[in-house]
Structures are given as C-alpha cells and as structure tokens.
Write a protein that binds this ligand. Structure first.
Ligand SMILES: O=C(O)c1ccc(O)c(O)c1
Ligand SMILES: [Mg+2]
Length: 629
C-alpha cells in the first residue's frame, strides 16, 4: 500500500507539513496549489525539499474550471494549463488533478468535455505528464464519478485518467459497485476522506468537515473494497479539508492519517480475503472482556484521603504489592489499585498531574497480540523496569499519556494478583455496597483530541462508536462520544471540552492534561447500594429538587418512585430498551468523581441528566485561580 496525504490536510507552512508527513510514515504528498502559492521557495526547490524528506509528489492540484468552456475562455484555459505543466515539471511531478467545472460559463455535454480532455492529453503527453479528472459533488454539469469516467473513456487518451475521491462519491450516495468495472490503469489516483453525517450544503460539508477514514460515518471501507476489486495498487491519498485539523498539530494529524490508512487497509483485507491489499500483517482487533483494574497514582500523604473515599464506596483492602507501595482494593469484580510508590511511572505521573487514575487494565484474549496490533497501528509502547519477581504486563500509552495495560486469561498475567501481591485482611470494615463491575470509564480531553482517540480505540479494539452528543455545561459545550462493544464489556465515554471553564475543561487545566475523570460502577440494586453507601458515610452528590419535579412530569413516574430517587439523589433516564439509574460522588481533588449505575436494559449514558450532574458538580469546584486547600 502506497500512502499519500494532501498538504491541505495539515496546519503550518509547507516545511512543517512535509516534516510531519514524512515522520508519520507516508510515501508521498499531494501539493495543494495554495500551499505552494504562499510558499517562498521556487518550484524546483520545493521539489528538492520533498525528495530530501524521502517523499514523492503524488499529485499537483487542483486545476479548476477547465472542461466545456466556450471561446475565448477555452483558449485561455489551455494557456493556463500549460503554465501549470511548467510548474509541475519544475517540482517533479507528472500528475495533475482537474476537478469538474463549477463555472456558470461552462457548457455541458460529455463529448465536448471529452474532446477538451483529448486535446489536454495531447499537450500533457508531449511533456510526459498525466491528467486525472475528478467529479466534484457540486460540479456544474459533472458531479458523479460515473459521468467523469464516461468523459475519460470517450477522451480515449493514455495520458487522461480518472481520479476517485471517496467524499464526492459517498456524499452523493453513489453506488460504489460502479467502480468495480473501471480498468485499474485508468484510475490515476485514489483520494480518501470520511465525514460525519450532517445535513448541509455539499460544498460546505466537504470543505470544513471531512475527517480521516474511520473517524466519520461514511462507508469508506465499501468504497475502498470496490477500488481494490479493480486491482488498483497505486497511491491512497488522504485529502482532508477540516478547519480543526488545519488549526491542530501537523504531527498529530499526520499520525492519525497514517493510522487511518493502515487500519482501512487491514479492514478491507479482512473483509475481502480474495483481494490483495498490501498492508503489514497484524493480529485482528481484540475483543475486550472487561476492565480488569484501574490504577491511581498518589503519594503517601494523598493516599489516605483517596483510600477513605474508596472504602466508603464499599471496597475492601485486598492485597499489597510484595515490593512496592501499592494496594489493591476490591469489590465484586472491580479492582482499584492505589499506587503510592515513589519510583516509576506512577510517581512521575503523580508529580505532573496530581492524584489521578493514570492507568487502566483491559482484559483481552491475547494481551501480547493486542499490544502487537496497537504498535502496528502506531501506538507508543510502554515499558518500565521490573522489580525481581514481577512479570511484564504489555502496555501502550493512551489518552493524556496514561497507560493502557493489557491482561489475558491464558498467560501468567491471569495470576498477576497472586504472583506480585500478598493478601491482606482488611480491618477497616466498611460495608460492601454491591458494586459489581466497571460500567464505563470517562476520559476528558480537549475537543480537538476526540477524533484521535476515537480512531485509536476503534482501530485497536473490537468496538464501535456512538453518535456524538452535546452536553451543555453552564460554562460551555462539551461533546461526548462513547466507544463500546456489543456485549457492553468495554465502554469508554470520551468528553471533549471546547473551553477551560466547563467542569471538563477545568479538569484538564487542573490536572495538566487529559485523563480519566470519572469511573462508573454497576450495581443490580441501586437503592440497596445507596443505603449501604450512606451507612459507610458516603455523601452522594446533591441533586436539585427541581430535577425530580421535572422528571416525574417528563416520564409520568409514580410519585413514590420519585420520592425514593430524590431521597438518595439518584438520577433516572429511560430509552426504548429500558431504565437507567445513576448516583454520583462529589468531585475529589482536581475534579475526579465516581458514578454508580444500574442498567435495566438501557443502552446509553444518561446524557439527558448530564446538565443536572454538571450543575451539582460545579458547586464543589473551588473558585478559579484559588490555590489548593
Ligand atoms: O473543494 C474543492 O474545491 C476541491 C478541490 C480539489 C479536490 O480534489 C476536492 O476533492 C475538492
Ligand atoms: Mg478530491
């Protein structure tokens, strides 16, 4: 698989872009004309720079408003083309993209357009150049790749071919089967982009909201499978017009782009075993069977406060590490690990972020295979020195630089708690609250990281994503999207904060980065749990009485139930599958909190309740700018 990306997809000047593109692992780059026009070096120097980065110029684009022009415009278009051919030869690329004409002066007619392309082909051939024709979804006469292909076919010239761009085809819902029969040598390059499904003007949608394959909702995989069926084995080139990407870090966006292409290639190959798709071999996506543990980084002075909080939630001290200041708390199938050791990554993490849930352990079928896939998809491996008697747990870096550990049931990792820990008898004696498993982990990050991590999780693990929902914080919007599998054994909600003033934004500021902001546990009897927690001295987050009045009216609840909910500060929601009950802790330190949920068939995360939860949490935040108590 040969990979390429258009310079228009990234921020920075041309030099920054090329550096990021080369570093991410791409083979080639499309030079977008505007990026060149604002550049201060000659086309020859640009060409040298590209080659010095080890890249190839795969395409120069776009050349606009060419076909079907009446005279005298027609002659001028050809003169313009000759000027661009000069540029291309200086840069050192042989392919230019002509996008379908949008000019009101353009005349229709497939034969007229074909004749124009035949003549352009003659001129290009004299210089050893090639011209690819792309149907823009909003082209005046041509806005369907099937018509563009018919024009290319009739132009009947070796130097004239077709350019397919997944966005233009998929945005118009054009049947991708129409691609399968196109001869592969007539496809000059494939451009790929995904996009979220939003109803808006095609041009505006395309120019501002495209994203990497797998980040959006278009069937890019089906498009790619149809392309692969032709036997096409040329460049796959990302062309992503996205305002956010153009304001982001070019290195991060380029890395996402490369990951998206490798993941796409892997998916197409698995779904179509007969096709030859040239991507590195890697294990399949791992099914996650649950969150085996969550680990907190603290220091010895902070540890007691966190441990008290955990104890009031009904956890008991279960084991102590043989060589480190690490304690395991347990309840049901949940393990919370409190790491107060003054060596290693947890300690560094504590020094940077304060008390935080810096690591999670995911239970998969084959931990080392899951790690291998993550690495093949560009994840950063994590490793630290082991004490004697410790076993190596495969791990990669995740959100905010936190750690994702991988465990399985078939290796020594299954016995890690026995191998590295000694059991302890808990004298604290708080009551078990009936918490059973981790329902979900909530990670908070700046909004512009959301797509990065969405792609990360879905590419590595067998999980899908829910549609994005807007969460209204009194101080701004937070966008939320969940990663989940069909069994519900992996659920990660990701909250993207648009500003620093929301509860989510504050968390990022206060902890110096993205991370796990809350942990939700399951119970199968929320009222019994609430009672046990109260007996343990747990003070639930107080919810406004006005909420309960509205709730009763909205769902037509039995007043006795409303009263019970209110007396325990339990939130309630319902969807077409069932009911949902939620109970929150106040925020702890830098804004971390716990949640307890009971699902009776319900599939969501209580988005309708978020506004009430946030308003209540805000009462616990210390005023902005105040030092820690
Ligand atoms: O938005 C545009 O004009 C535009 C230009 C060139 C392309 O390849 C494309 O897909 C869109
Ligand atoms: Mg395009």
């Amino acid at each position: 698989m040969k990979t390429s990306i258009a310079t228009v997809s990234l921020s920075g000047d041309l030099r920054d872009k090329l550096g990021a593109i080369a570093k991410a692992g791409f083979d080639g780059v499309e030079i977008f004309e505007n990026d060149f026009l604002v550049f201060d070096e000659s086309p020859k120097q640009l060409g040298r720079m590209v080659r010095d980065f080890g890249l190839e110029i795969t395409l120069f684009q776009p050349f606009r408003d060419f076909e079907g022009m009446p005279e005298p415009l027609r002659s001028r278009t050809f003169d313009r083309a000759e000027r661009k051919f000069d540029l291309m030869q200086d840069m050192g690329t042989d392919l230019v993209l002509v996008c379908s004409n949008v000019s009101s002066a353009a005349l229709g007619g497939l034969d007229r357009a074909a004749a124009d392309f035949h003549e352009l082909g003659e001129r290009a051939a004299k210089r050893g150049l090639r011209v690819g024709y792309e149907a823009l979804a909003w082209g005046r006469h041509i806005h369907d790749h099937r018509d563009a292909w018919e024009i290319v076919r009739r132009a009947d010239h070796a130097n004239i071919g077709l350019i397919l761009d997944s966005f233009h085809t998929l945005a118009r819902k054009i049947d991708v089967n129409s691609i399968r029969s196109i001869p592969k040598e007539k496809i000059f390059i494939i451009q790929l982009a995904d996009a979220p499904k939003i109803g808006m003007d095609l041009l505006y949608w395309s120019r501002h909201f495209r994203n990497m394959p797998g980040e959006g909702e278009l069937p890019v995989e089906a498009f790619m499978a149809a392309v692969a069926e032709t036997g096409y084995d040329g460049y796959l080139s990302l062309e992503i017009f996205n305002d956010q990407f153009r304001g982001g870090s070019p290195a991060a966006i380029a890395a996402d782009g490369y990951r998206s292409l490798v993941y796409l290639g892997d998916r197409v190959r698995r779904a179509n075993p007969g096709l030859s798709v040239n991507v590195p071999d890697m294990p399949d996506r791992s099914r996650v069977d649950g969150v085996a543990f969550v680990e907190f980084a603290v220091d010895e002075t902070e540890a007691p406060a966190l441990e008290t909080m955990i104890s009031t939630l009904g956890f008991h001290r279960d084991a102590r590490h043989k060589t480190k200041k690490v304690t395991v708390f347990r309840q049901g199938d949940v393990r919370l690990v409190v790491n107060a050791d003054d060596r290693g990554f947890a300690s560094s993490s504590y020094l940077v972020h304060g008390t935080s849930a810096y690591a999670m352990g995911l239970l998969v079928e084959d931990a080392w295979a899951a790690r291998a896939r993550a690495i093949a998809l560009g994840a950063e491996a994590f490793k630290q020195p082991l004490d004697r008697g410790e076993i190596e747990m495969p791990a990669v870096r995740g959100v905010g630089g936190g750690i994702i550990y991988l465990l399985d049931r078939s290796t020594d990792l299954a016995r890690i708690w026995d191998i590295e820990f000694d059991p302890i008898e808990d004298g604290a004696g708080t009551r078990d609250a009936g918490l059973q498993t981790i329902d979900h982990l909530a990670q908070t990050m700046p909004y512009d990281e959301l797509l990065t991590w969405l792609l990360f999780y879905t590419a590595i693990f067998d999980a899908g994503k829910t549609p994005m929902v807007d969460i209204v914080d009194p101080s701004g919007l937070v966008r939320s999207q969940a990663i989940e599998n069909s069994e519900g054994s992996l659920r990660i909600t990701m909250n993207g904060a648009e500003n620093r003033n929301t509860v989510a934004g504050r968390f990022i500021t206060e902890t110096f980065g993205s991370g796990i902001q809350h942990l939700a546990f399951t119970t199968d009897d929320i009222f019994a749990t609430a009672g046990a927690l109260a007996a343990n001295g747990f003070a639930a987050l107080e919810i406004s009485p006005n909420y309960y009045d509205d709730l009763e009216a909205r769902f037509g609840l039995d007043p006795a139930l409303t009263e019970k909910l209110q007396s325990h500060n339990i939130l309630y929601d319902r969807d077409e599958h069932g009911e949902y009950f939620q109970l929150y802790s106040p925020t702890y330190r830098e804004g971390f909190f716990f949640e307890i949920v009971q699902r009776k068939g319900y599939r969501g995360y209580g988005a309708a309740n978020a506004i009430f939860r946030i308003a209540a949490l805000r009462r616990h935040l210390r005023p902005m700018g105040m030092p820690r108590a």
